[in-house]
Design a binder for this molecule. Structure first.
Ligand code: TXE
Length: 450
């Protein structure tokens, strides 16, 4: 059986690969295990230098990597380039972090107590298809900085950028066996990684359903697990906000990456007194989202990842549709930007659509806004639009979500922690926080008694 890789904007086959199976996973884990002792012993300056070299190689190959990502995911090229720039910055950040994540000395009776940060061993990194290279780098950077070796499993639909990155890893001088890529089906390759007794940790990004099964599978061998799962984030717009600015930004908070974004603010909560004006502005700004050829520099939204996924997305785009935009006919898995007026109880407001469909929901006051924002099993992201600073902080503290932004859509920055509350998962990626979950604290007591 071959793994056929398709460009979702054209439906053309862009690669055919021999998929990895259980044997390949076992071989990759064995290589990673063999490489671990030498890699953890590499001095901090050398390890930082190797990560810096990898960052520079990503930058040198930015155009090529962005093109691979754009063709394989259907991402607009301008966005793909920004993502690859972030990948370079992630490796630069973790190169700098290698010697800044350290232990402490603790005063105790009869001696001194030292803590050390030790690597875990072999880490299994399982990543999805929506931001393949970006999300891989968020896991690779801290894993390598802490001295772990890894087996990276890209999603079966989008393996190409990870395979190219693995070549750049070797070109950077990172020893063979430290980074291993296995491209194959999740239920075989992913599951084997989860169950493998020589894998110490699984870092997973994907659906909540598979995340739960990863957790169950990892329990058998007491693996460390971090999970970054689905979301149903709220974009809360108060009547006192700069409505023009909020409405201009809102489409990109849900339609970026064609809505295939765990941080998508796919519930737009609008204060009732501003409803008419805001909806009018939002329809106008949404109608101007440029949907089309991902290779075109001006394109803002490409197709969905697959025909099957388009079917799923379409099942949410009904009811009280306020706006439906244009999309190319095909070939390609196109779907138009769609705004649906809903209540928070409707399916479109409860489930992660993972496509360009947003639910518009009215609220009466601040307390109701917080209640609605929290009325979801998820808790990943969200935005608050208001000119009242105290209210912004009150609402931010009230929403049970890992990442919030005020008068902005942004969710991810290299130096700041990213991750979820509730069924959006646990553990934090990016920033110095990520290093916590790729290392173990060791405590050594030294007696100073004569
Ligand atoms: O995700 P899966 P899918 C959500 C989103 C989307 C839905 C389905 O709502 O529509 O999930 O997407 C690997 N053991 N998100 O089916 O299956 C798989 O090969 C171990 C949200 O693509 O969770 C891939 O590498 N691994 C999300 C990765 O898990 C397994 C991103 C994710 O695939 C496995 C993606 C198994 N049993 C989807 N089964 C986000 N948070 O951004 C599959 N995999």
């Amino acid at each position: 059986m071959t793994l056929t890789v398709v460009n979702p904007a054209t439906e053309e086959t862009i690669a055919e690969l021999e998929p990895a199976g259980i044997d390949e996973v076992d071989e990759a884990v064995a290589r990673a295990r063999d490489a671990f002792a030498a890699w953890r012993a590499v001095g901090v300056s050398d390890r930082a230098r190797l990560l810096r070299r990898l960052a520079s190689l990503v930058e040198e190959h930015a155009d090529e990597l962005a093109r691979i990502e754009s063709e394989n995911v259907g991402k607009p090229i301008a966005g793909a380039r920004a993502e690859v720039a972030m990948v370079g910055n992630v490796f630069h950040f973790y190169a700098g972090a290698v010697d800044k994540h350290h232990g402490e000395t603790i005063p105790v009776d009869g001696g001194v107590d030292l803590t050390f940060r030790e690597p875990l061993g072999v880490c299994g990194l399982i990543v999805p298809w929506n931001f393949p290279l970006n999300i891989a780098s968020w896991k690779l950077g801290p894993a390598l900085a802490c001295g772990n070796t890894v087996v990276l499993k890209p999603a079966e639909l989008t393996p190409l950028s990870a395979l190219r990155l693995a070549e750049l890893v070797l070109e950077a001088g990172i020893p063979e066996g430290v980074v291993n890529v296995v491209a194959g089906p999740g239920r075989v390759v992913g599951q084997r990684l989860v169950e493998h007794p020589d894998v110490a940790k699984i870092a997973f990004t994907g659906s909540t359903e598979v995340g739960a099964s990863v957790m169950r599978g990892a329990a058998e061998t007491v693996k460390r697990v971090t999970l970054e799962l689905g979301g149903k984030s709220a974009n809360v717009v108060f009547a006192d906000a700069d409505l023009e600015r909020a409405a201009a930004a809102a489409p990109y908070a849900v339609f970026d990456n064609a809505g295939q974004d765990c941080c998508a603010r796919s519930r737009i909560l609008v204060e009732r007194s501003a409803w008419d004006r805001f909806v009018e502005l939002l329809v106008d700004s949404t109608s101007r989202v440029r949907v089309g050829d991902p290779a075109d520099e001006a394109t803002e939204m490409g197709p969905l990842i697959s025909a099957q996924h388009r079917e799923t997305v379409a099942s949410y785009a009904n009811g009280n549709v306020v706006f439906r935009g244009n999309a190319p006919d095909g070939p390609g898995f196109w779907f138009p930007c769609t705004l649906v007026e809903a209540t928070n109880a409707d399916r479109v407001a409860r489930e992660e659509v993972f496509g360009p469909v947003a639910a518009l929901i009215p609220f009466g006051d601040e307390a109701e806004a917080i209640r609605l924002a929290n009325d979801t099993p998820y808790g990943l992201s969200g935005s608050i639009w208001t000119r009242d600073g105290a209210r912004a902080l009150r609402v931010a503290r009230g929403i049970d979500s890992g990442v919030l932004s005020v008068n902005s859509n942004s969710s991810v920055r290299v130096a700041t922690p990213f991750g979820g509350f509730k069924q959006s998962g646990f553990g934090r990626e990016l920033g110095m926080h990520a290093l916590e979950s790729y290392s173990e604290v060791k405590n050594v007591f030294v007696s100073t008694e004569a």
